[in-house]
Design a protein around this ligand. Sequence first.
Ligand SMILES: [Zn+2]
Length: 426
Amino acid sequence: MLQQEIFPIIIPAILFSIIFTFNIYNKIQLNLNNKFLYWTSIFICCFFLFKNTFYYYISDKRHVRDFQIDPFFSMNKSIRMKYPIVIGNTSILLASYFGFKEKYTNVIEHEKYNQSIIDNNSISYGKYKNIILILGESAYRGRHSIYGYEKNTTPNMSKIFSQKNSCVIEKAHSPASITRDSIPMLLSFAKPNNELPLLEEKNIIEMANTQKYHTSWISKTRESGPHSSKYSIIAKLSNTFIENLEDDLELPEKLIETNFQKNENNFIVLHLAGSHKPYNLGYDQLDLQDLPNVDNYDLTIHHTDRVIEKIYNTLKVNLDNFILIYTPDHGEIVDLGHGLLRKSESFSNQFEVPLMIYSTYDDFPCNEIENYRNNEKMVNTSNIVYLFSKLLGYSVNIDHSLIMNDLILSVDGQPYEYQSFIKKYQ
Ligand SMILES: [Zn+2]
């Protein structure tokens, strides 16, 4: 990445600075006094520039924790994005010089299966031909009317997921509160206390490819850069990969362009921008018309509701049979965000997610999810990876200690037991 920027950005920036400084230096007639003034002002400017950057960086504990987990990612995300060119690139060059490298850059295929996979020829092999995951963003369950919220934010979800063989799962929570950590645990066998399966074993996209599914990953946002590299190494293994759209409503249009209905089998991930901050970018006039007296966050949930309806209709028109699963990467503390480690009554909202399933085949997916409840009756959405494996025709032997030991990965990089963790911050 840095090599790409040396010629177009770093060298021209340095040359320009030298020429500019040299010119100014020669233009002003330097005597002893203004020579002192000149260097003092340069020193003061540099001092404040670096001091502010440094202060910004260490004032947020999350940056420091990010640094401990993955220094290159942390510098790239927090300094280079905010202070590009000189300070940003210098920090990254230094990080690189000291041997730190971005951890998740290699999009490689893996040979090894997770130990829970027994074989790839179960009795349901070939049965579930079309599996579609709508991966939402920052959707807090408590703002969905389908889960009892008083404002009518999800009229379409209520219709779609109340049909035969459908279900609206209660008490689901995400395995992390940030996108980067959560998605790899939904689509690989990585767990909050063990990320090695992400790096060393086949993920769900690879397993679908092996079973001759046509895999498609279509995303509203760009699946590159420091926030997404940890799951883009999964996404980019798809047969069809499309990113960077204008609006979530374009996702079904792009899907149609892929002629997906011509494939014998499909495994499709549609990744929304959903309800990510800033909320005012996540809805349009139609949402405002339908729900005039709600806050911006509710409008983003309503927008997602329309996106899901449009995807559902596209699938209905083009496929005889399919399974549609909707869940976001994580929840949201409305107006504050997610990935937060501060005491708040609504702390758990960043983990509390909707999880819904529609199936034209049978009620197997809804029944199977019920097997993933722990003693507190919670479903950790990282276990959805077993459901996908079974739908793809694999025989799976689930280690039940992974279900009972309900862990989340905190933004400090440590795994914690979910119930005790949320109580600590509430
Ligand atoms: Zn997210």
